[in-house]
Every structure is written in structure tokens, then in C-alpha cells.
Write a protein of this length. Sequence first.
Length: 117
Amino acid sequence: MLSADYRGKILVLKLIGEVKKEHLADSDKLLDEKLEGNDDARVLIDLRQYEGASDLSTAWQELKLMTSQGNRVKKIAVVGSLDWQKLATRLVSPFTKATERFFEPDEQQEALAWLRE
């Protein structure tokens, strides 16, 4: 499941459980709506309860989703714990104008503070 809500001026994207293709069906539209009029957005991606994509096709769709909005985002903080999540954060970097930083699960408050700077 993917949810997107604002916490103050920060868009919080939360991925929970195993994400399937149908969970991402309207995600691009959802992000478009959430980022409308905000070309300097700050985003927190919470992966603490994320188990991964159900298949390679879904993983590819997730990657496309994260990079499709990249020119509208100034900073991205990723909160997770797995090595592949750290690697994915680095892999997305060349495809966005955003500055990305990875935070451990117990560092969510630090991630929010960094996004507010």
C-alpha cells in the first residue's frame, strides 16, 4: 500500500507491506495532485514497514514513479533499514534534481529536521 499525506509542508509517502502493481495504478496521479503548485517540495519516504515489490515489473514501476516527480522535489529523506533501500536511494539520485539522504528507522525526527533546513 502507498499513502501520501502532508505533515506541515513535508509530503510523507509511506509504503506498507508488499506493494503490488494495482497499488501503484493511480500513484502518479496522486503524487501529481499532492505536488500541484509546489515545485520546491520536500518529501519523506517511509520504508520502515515496506516489504518490497511483488515482482520485478512492480519494482520498475516504483522506480519510474519516484523519478517522474523528481524535478518538482528539492529534498528527499528516505527512512528505512535495509541495505537495498540505501542502494535504491543512491540509484535514484541521478534522475532527480533533489538532494537525497538515507536515515535509519530511529532517525525519523532527524530526517524531518533535515527536510525543514
